[in-house]
Design a protein around this ligand. Structure first.
Ligand SMILES: C[S@@+](CC[C@H](N)C(=O)[O-])C[C@H]1O[C@@H](n2cnc3c(N)ncnc32)[C@H](O)[C@@H]1O
Length: 281
């Protein structure tokens, strides 16, 4: 066991040889961020640390967390980009089993013991993180994993109807396409209203203009949605430029970043920033 693992309380796993393959970081984003091997090491450590808390919830809970965090480059991209405030209040909409919450806590733990790439912004101190999720089974897994985290609250609720409290950051990853265009616009409006001046929405969407890569992600999503118990639900997708336009019309400044390096999907991150003066569009 390495000294970093000891400091972080990570125990070696018998099955560590079957850990998910690490993805290569997008070259554009690695400048000034330490060597690639440092980043792969950090990614492995974060996956170990963030998924460990799911072990008590059973094999599915644990392996789902490992697979998701290990294979999807979204999570390491979020840290590399350093877009989150130094500390803040988070709202994660459609949080699933809350792997993002666990990831942020693991990142902060790594940072505090000095396992952090030179040049990367420190990961945020989570003042509070509220996760909202529709599926009771995901909520139960998330609550079990994060039960000992006083700043994290995971609740069952429908984001099309729930009230959103005032926060600094709202995240919504791979969720917006599950409800129709009117509900999507309403959720975006309520997200806008729930963000403090200077606040950020970080969303990920499938780009409906993404051709074959988009079709592939939609088929996989449909299959996963079925397995997760939603049946064959319709999906309401838009192109990235349509999403960006919808957000800009609400007063956000929008940056789009394609997720590269994972499965060949047309997934794109939208970072939508509000002005500090809180001016409305
Ligand atoms: C593809 S999963 C993504 C989960 C999580 N954001 C992540 O990145 O791991 C989409 C999630 O959105 C949830 N969801 C879909 N519609 C929702 C709604 N109206 N309210 C709350 N959650 C919803 C689903 O139950 C599912 O857990």
């Amino acid at each position: 066991m390495s000294r970093h693992d000891q400091a972080l309380g990570i125990r070696p796993e018998k099955s560590s040889s079957r850990a998910p393959t690490l993805v290569q970081a997008p070259p554009l984003l690695v400048a000034n961020a330490g060597t690639l091997s440092d980043q792969h090491g950090l990614h492995r450590t974060l996956v170990d640390l963030a998924s460990a808390r799911y072990k008590s919830g059973g094999r599915f809970s644990y392996h789902f967390a490992r697979g998701k965090l290990g294979i999807d480059p979204l999570f390491i991209d979020l840290l590399r980009l350093g877009e989150f405030p130094a500390h803040g209040r988070f709202l994660d909409l459609g949080c699933g089993q809350a792997v993002f919450a666990s990831w942020l806590l693991a990142a902060r733990q790594c940072f505090e013991v000095g396992t952090w790439p030179a040049g990367w912004a420190p990961p945020p101190i989570v003042e509070s993180l509220h996760g909202l999720e529709l599926m009771p089974s995901d909520v139960a897994r998330a609550q079990a994993a994060l039960a000992d985290e006083p700043h994290v609250r995971i609740e069952q609720g429908d984001i099309c109807h729930a009230d959103f409290e005032l926060v600094d950051v709202i995240t919504i990853f791979d969720v917006l396409h599950y409800f129709g265009p009117e509900a999507q616009d309403d959720v975006l409006r309520r997200i806008r209203a729930a963000l403090r001046p200077g606040g950020k929405l970080v969303a990920r969407v499938g780009d409906a203009a993404g051709g074959l890569r988009f079709s592939l992600s939609r088929w996989v999503d449909q299959a996963v949605t079925f397995v997760r118990g939603h049946g064959f639900s319709p999906m309401y997708c838009r192109s990235v430029s349509e999403w960006a336009h919808a957000l800009e019309s609400l007063g956000f400044e929008v940056q789009t970043i394609r997720t590269e390096g994972g499965p060949p999907f047309a997934n794109t991150m939208l970072i939508a920033r509000l002005p500090l003066d809180g001016a409305h569009a």
